[in-house]
Structure formats: structure tokens, C-alpha cells
Design a protein around this ligand. Structure first.
Ligand code: UD1
Ligand code: CA
Length: 457
């Protein structure tokens, strides 16, 4: 039987160890704020209700959360008195809730939905309280899980309150806890005091109280990397590395080839199809889809773009938000594309900027072509018809339309629409002066002979 669950995500801590003006949970991991990872994991695990607890002055966290999901309730913990107090800040969400309550931390972004679901499973199975624990060789900073003589979970001891013997324990608290019901949680939490080294109300004290009540308190073990808490920039980088491993692993499992996986950076939402090849040193930002059979060559940077089936990009290409490449489109080296549709089989191969534009099927955009999309005040569109040929080093001054199959002479500045099938060119006619270069050379040679002759005598 499945029970509804409420996830309360704690994010009110100041995160002073980040040394940042930004609230800790707004720091990004694989393109999304830490808090978004926690929220998504809870939702993917099937939590039908979520609440986020933020600190005063953290309105942007509240806004970010409601932008992700308007149904999430945001609570403010007025003073950071500890994790138990933070849960109490969300009391209103608890009071009318019938179902499991999960406590997650906003700074633990690698937690998998499957692990959260296993907490739900244990609660459905009869546990009153569940803690996700992990073994680590370096437990510094974490609460330790203390067991009773029968091996049951007896208490969680925070590092600062631990004896030397307790500090030697390597089974740690991830921070993620589950309670059978809101009543179970509230019954325990109201008895928690702040008589400890930090003078805080520790949610972790709920475990010893539960043990005293002979509640069924269980541990579910996870890998240490999954519950890594981000408290500093160093830990943020560590979490990023773990997340990248996971994201790369997923696309490779789904049929993409990464020649040097460690050099390819993906975002939380990157979608990659089968038989996609990604060469080394590629950075992929948010909102990117790479469809089957496409190739991204080395040193490309891609954000907010769709790369259609069989398309090729790079090396050294930059695709900015709003780029859409249709099937078999070719984007070559030192090309930047923004807000533009490149239709099937069109080629933009060298040293080009295409912005606010459409390039029709089969069109060929020559080296050094620039869409002059910005006049200093507003952006304007360029439309290049199917099969058109844009000669090298052309400036297309938008707004402008190049008709289907039209031909633009190299080096042109095109500021008026060109009819389909026409040739347009705007460049000074070439002039030629017969013998000029030869005469010039002779003159230089005579001048040189004269000066060196003077020096010799
Ligand atoms: C906490 C746990 C510790 C565990 C570790 C795992 C407690 C007392 N300790 O320690 O057992 O091993 O996480 O990473 O729970 N928060 C609030 N309001 C507060 C205090 C904290 O919302 O008043 C939030 C923080 O934003 C953070 C989370 O609770 O998301 C944990 O707080 P933090 O200060 O990072 O706890 P740790 O010392 O890491
Ligand atoms: Ca922490």
C-alpha cells in the first residue's frame, strides 16, 4: 500500500561556509540551484506535497521554488535555531497532513528518488522513524548514528557533542529522515531541547526520544556520495563532479559515445539520443536536446538549443539559447548561433554569426557571414530562403529577407530584401591597372641601389 508523503526541505541555514552573498541553496549544480535538485528528487519519489523552509531575506529562494512548482509551500524560519526549529516553521503544512513526512536538506543535491522511495517503503512497512545513514572514512562534521546493544538505532550524536569513542563511529547521518506521520514527528519534536554544544534544537535528537518510546527506528544505508552535504565551495565542486559522473553515465547507457567523458559537462536536463557522438571538451548548459545520430565536435559550448538528428556542430562552435538545428544541419568552426532556426541540411560552416534568423533548408552560408541583428536599439530578424547561397564575408543588415535560391556575392553588405532566384551584390567594382606592380617594384629597387651606393664610398 502506498501512503501519501509530505517532503519538508530545510534550507534556512545561512551557509556561511560558502562565503557568498547568495543563499547556499541557490548555488548551481549542473545548471540548477541546489534546492531544485532536492525538490525534484522528492517529487520524482512520489511526494505529493512539498514545503521548503527558508530564512529571512531569502525571498529569491522562495521565488525560485515557486517558479519550479507553484504548489510548493514556502515557510520562513525567523531565527536559525536548528533543524528541529526549522521543521516547526513548517508546522502549518504538517497539521492537516495524513501520511508520511520526509525531512530533506536543501544542501544535499545528489539524493536519488529511489533512496527517498525506500524510506517511504520502510515507513509503509511499519517503521515509525527512518534515517538514511552512510559509511565514510572521513566522518568529520557529520552526526554519528549510535546503535543499541541489539544493533538498533539508538541516537544520533552531533560531532560537537560526541565523545572520542562516538567520534570514532563511521556510520553517519545523511540528514534525511522519515516519520510515519505528522503526529509521530510532532510528538517527538516538541520534546527536543537545545541543551547541546551549539545551543540548537537538533532534529536528530528525535531519534533518542523515539528509542526511549520503543518506537521502530530504522536505518537505510546509502552511498556516501549520494548524501554529500554541500557546506563549502570545495564540497560544491565535489558534488558537481559526482553529478557529472551520473549524468554522463546516463547518456552513455542510453547509447551516446563520449570519447573523453571527464571533459564533457552536462546539465541536469540535457537530453541526448542514440548514436550521438560528443567529442572532448564540450560544455552543455541548460535546455539542450541532442537528437539521434548528431555529432558535437570538440570545444563547443551549447545552451538552450535543439540539435536535430544527424546534425553536426563544431569544433569550436557556440550555440546560444533559441537555436534549433534541423536534421543534418552543419554548423562548423567559430560559428555563433542565437535565436535562429537552421533548416534541414543547411550549412553554416566557418567564422559566422547568425542571430535572430532563419536559414532555409539546404542554404549555404559562406565564411565570415554576419547577421547585423542589432542596430543599437532593437533586434531585427534575418530570413534566408531555402537553397540560398550567401557568399563569404557578407553582412546581412536586418531586418532583411533573402529569397529562396537567391545568390549573394561575396563581401556584400545587404540591407534590402533580395528576390527569390536573384543575384545581389554590393561592392565597389574591381579596377585593374596593367603593369602597375612591376613598375612599382622597379622604382623601389632603384631607390635601394642609390642609398647603398652612397654608404659604400
Ligand atoms: C546536519 C545534521 C547532521 C548530519 C548532516 C548531514 C543536525 C542537527 N545535524 O548537520 O547530523 O550528519 O546535516 O549533512 O540536523 N537548517 C535550517 N535551519 C536551521 C539550521 C539548519 O533550515 O536553523 C537547514 C540548513 O539550511 C541545511 C540543513 O538544515 O539545509 C542542515 O543544516 P546544516 O547547518 O548544514 O547542518 P550540519 O551541521 O551539516
Ligand atoms: Ca550541512
Amino acid at each position: 500500500m502506498t501512503h501519501p508523503s509530505l517532503a519538508i526541505i530545510l534550507a534556512a541555514g545561512k551557509g556561511t561556509r560558502m562565503k557568498s552573498d547568495l543563499p547556499k541553496v541557490m548555488h548551481r549544480l549542473a545548471g540548477a540551484p541546489l534546492i531544485a535538485h532536492a525538490l525534484r528528487a522528492a517529487q520524482e519519489a512520489g511526494s505529493e506535497r512539498s514545503a521548503v523552509v527558508v530564512g529571512p531575506g531569502m525571498e529569491d529562494v522562495g521565488r525560485a521554488v515557486t517558479a519550479l512548482d507553484p504548489k510548493v509551500q514556502v515557510f520562513v524560519q525567523a531565527v536559525q535555531l536548528g533543524t528541529a526549529d526549522a521543521v516547526m516553521a513548517a508546522r502549518e503544512a504538517l497539521e492537516d497532513f495524513k501520511g508520511h513526512v520526509l525531512i530533506l536538506y536543501g544542501d544535499t543535491p545528489l539524493l536519488r528518488p529511489e533512496t527517498i522511495a525506500s524510506v517511504n517503503g520502510a515507513l509503509s512497512d511499519g517503521a515509525d522513524l527512518v534515517v538514511i545513514g552512510f559509511e565514510t572514512e572521513n566522518p568529520t562534521g557529520y552526526g554519528r548514528l549510535l546503535l543499541d546493544e541489539r544493533g538498533g538505532l539508538a541516537a544520533i550524536r552531533e560531532e560537537k557533542d560526541a565523545t572520542d569513542a562516538e567520534r570514532a563511529v563511521t556510520l553517519c547521518n545523511s540528514g534525511i529522515m522519515g516519520f510515519r506521520s505528522a503526529d509521530t514527528l510532532l510528538g517527538l519534536i516538541v520534546r527536543i531541547d537545545n541543551d547541546n554544544a551549539k545551543g540548537e534544537f537538533y532534529l536528530t535528537d528525535a531519534v533518542a526520544l523515539a528509542h526511549g518510546n520503543r518506537f521502530d527506528a530504522r536505518i537505510i544505508r546509502s552511498g556516501a556520495e549520494e548524501v554529500l552535504g554541500v557546506n563549502s565551495r570545495a564540497e560544491l565542486a565535489e558534488a558537481e563532479a559526482q553529478m557529472q559522473l551520473r549524468l554522463r553515465g546516463a547518456i552513455v547507457a542510453d547509447g551516446a559515445t563520449l570519447i573523453a567523458p571527464d571533459t564533457v559537462f552536462l546539465s541536469y536536463d540535457t537530453r541526448v539520443g542514440r548514436d550521438v557522438l560528443i567529442e572532448p571538451h564540450v560544455v552543455i548548459g541548460e535546455g539542450v536536446t541532442i537528437e539521434d545520430g548528431a555529432t558535437v565536435r570538440a570545444f563547443s559550448h551549447i545552451q538552450g538549443a535543439r540539435i536535430g538528428p544527424g546534425a553536426t556542430v563544431g569544433p569550436f562552435a557556440r550555440l546560444r539559447p533559441g537555436t534549433s538545428l534541423a536534421r543534418n544541419a552543419h554548423i562548423g568552426n567559430f560559428v555563433e548561433i542565437k535565436q535562429a532556426e537552421i533548416e534541414e541540411g543547411a550549412k553554416v560552416n566557418h567564422l559566422t554569426y547568425i542571430g535572430d534568423a532563419s536559414v532555409g533548408a539546404g542554404a549555404n552560408v559562406g565564411a565570415g557571414t554576419i547577421t547585423c541583428n542589432f542596430d543599437g536599439f532593437a533586434k531585427h530578424r534575418t530570413e534566408i530562403g531555402a537553397g540560398a547561397f550567401i557568399g563569404s564575408n557578407t553582412a546581412l543588415v536586418a531586418p532583411v529577407k533573402i529569397g529562396e535560391g537567391a545568390y549573394i556575392g561575396s563581401g556584400s553588405v545587404i540591407s534590402k530584401d533580395v528576390a527569390p532566384g536573384a543575384l545581389a551584390l554590393s561592392r565597389p567594382p574591381q579596377e585593374e591597372r596593367p603593369g602597375w606592380a612591376t613598375r612599382m617594384k622597379e622604382r623601389w629597387a632603384r631607390a635601394k641601389a642609390k642609398t647603398s651606393g652612397n654608404k659604400g664610398t
